[in-house]
Design a protein around this ligand. Structure first.
Ligand code: FPP
Length: 269
């Protein structure tokens, strides 16, 4: 772990600025345990987690990440106690109230994917206002997964595609991977819809119904750090780990000396 300024500088120097992942997705986990360790109510962890979102948004944008997708509320999170769900639904209101001017200053565009129309009215308004207020920004896309579930995403894509077939707009034989990607909730991201790097915090190593189609070739990096403690140096360390991975997308490297040139022979690994 990088503990002091000198180590932070070393980490900064080690990062290859030409190999920053375009799309980073994060499962922000451990807010409850962070609070529990301090004998605080769980919502104190979410409040602190929201501050981490602000920090990491700025760091990612400064590094040149093009899309940052954050898993803020899953379709399964409704099962939590009512008070906690209410608090989580209020967080986007607070977050966007505080932070939209900074997002605009940093040229960050807000997007939200999930079943937005099922959210409380004031959450919907906060989200829609933030999307509108940052719509002219051309830098990083800050994409919140809110009331999102990947199986839901896939099911809805299947329904949309089926409808196009039923309406005679699409030939069944023409359905390919791109058709599916285009019809998922990340479709608006075009070429950037698949994360290059997926991070999960808090020591849990599972995907929890997040971007199941889109992470087919993502690098997965896990850290024991709880989300409220996640900071610039931990994030940089995750990116460094990504940079040390050998991404082959099912192909092989021609040789070590050939650098990143890929030959796709159809192997799957
Ligand atoms: C998982 O931790 C975290 C969540 C379900 C909520 C994540 C939300 C935030 C980080 C704040 C979002 C901010 C905005 C702006 C929407 P957990 O509660 O499951 O932690 P635990 O596993 O330790 O209990």
């Amino acid at each position: 772990m990088f503990k002091n300024t000198q180590d932070n500088q070393r980490l900064e120097d080690e990062l290859d600025k030409n190999n920053i992942p375009d799309h980073v997705a994060i499962i922000m986990d451990g807010n409850g345990r962070w609070a529990q360790k301090r004998h605080l109510p769980r919502i104190a962890g979410h409040k602190r987690g929201m501050e981490t979102v602000k920090t990491i948004t700025k760091v990612a944008s400064d590094l040149g990440v093009k899309v940052l997708t954050l898993y803020a509320f899953s379709t399964e999170n409704w099962k939590r106690p009512h008070d906690e769900v209410s608090y989580l639904m209020g967080l986007p209101v607070k977050f966007f109230n505080d932070f939209v001017p900074d997002l605009i200053k940093n040229n960050v565009q807000v997007k939200v994917m999930g079943l937005i129309d099922q959210l409380p009215a004031q959450t919907q308004k906060a989200v829609n206002d933030a999307i509108k207020d940052t719509s002219q920004c051309t830098g990083m896309v800050l994409n919140f997964a809110l009331n999102y579930g990947s199986r839901l995403d896939i099911r809805m894509a299947v329904q949309k595609i089926s409808q196009q077939v039923a309406d005679g707009q699409l030939d069944v034989d023409k359905i390919d991977d791109q058709t599916i990607s285009d019809n998922l909730m990340t479709g608006f991201l075009g070429d950037l819809s698949d994360p290059d790097l997926l991070i999960r915090t808090s020591g849990e190593e599972r995907i929890s119904n997040f971007l199941l189609w889109q992470i087919a070739y993502s690098e997965l990096v896990f850290t024991d750090v709880l989300w409220p403690d996640f900071d610039k140096s931990v994030f940089q360390k995750m990116i460094l780990e990504y940079q040390h991975r050998d991404r082959r997308f099912g192909g092989i490297k021609t040789s070590k000396l050939a650098g990143l040139k890929l030959v796709n022979r159809g192997e799957t690994n």
